[in-house]
Design a protein around this ligand. Structure first.
Ligand code: 5GP
Ligand code: ZN
Length: 113
């Protein structure tokens, strides 16, 4: 298994897990860009947003709702937080297993770099 995030799902690579259910895993980013920086991923391997089909609509909805719950658990629902999906190289995607960044705890500039 070569995919880094599939290896985290399998427990072959350690991660600080903050949420898990049958279809999703959320864990702390190893190089945090904000006081809270969590990645929400599907347990099944999907390389990029370009690979999603309508069969994934429920899964993606669960990812977004899980991100909001994690932000709320950190107290950032009121102050605000950011969710980001990077897709392919020009957007900065480096791990080709779909992941939703959840960032909070500081003011975040817009537009992003
Ligand atoms: P991308 O640039 O693909 O949108 O985001 C990939 C993210 O995965 C980066 O923020 C990076 O810090 C994080 N990351 C890369 N390798 C690891 C790892 O081994 N463990 C964890 N927890 N995060 C990682
Ligand atoms: Zn994978």
């Amino acid at each position: 298994m070569s995919c880094l995030f599939c290896r985290i799902v399998a427990g072959e690579i350690p991660a600080t897990r903050v949420f898990e259910d049958d279809q999703l895993l959320a864990f702390a980013d190893i190089n945090p860009q904000a006081p809270m920086h969590v990645l929400v991923i599907p347990k099944q391997h999907i390389a990029t947003l370009n690979d999603l089909t309508d069969a994934h609509d429920g899964l993606v909805g669960a990812m977004v709702r899980t991100a909001a719950t994690i932000a709320k658990d950190h107290g950032y629902d009121g102050p605000g937080f950011r969710t980001v999906f990077n897709c392919n190289a020009q957007a900065g995607q480096t791990v080709f297993h779909v992941h939703l960044h959840v960032l909070g705890g500081r003011a975040l500039a817009w537009p992003p770099g």
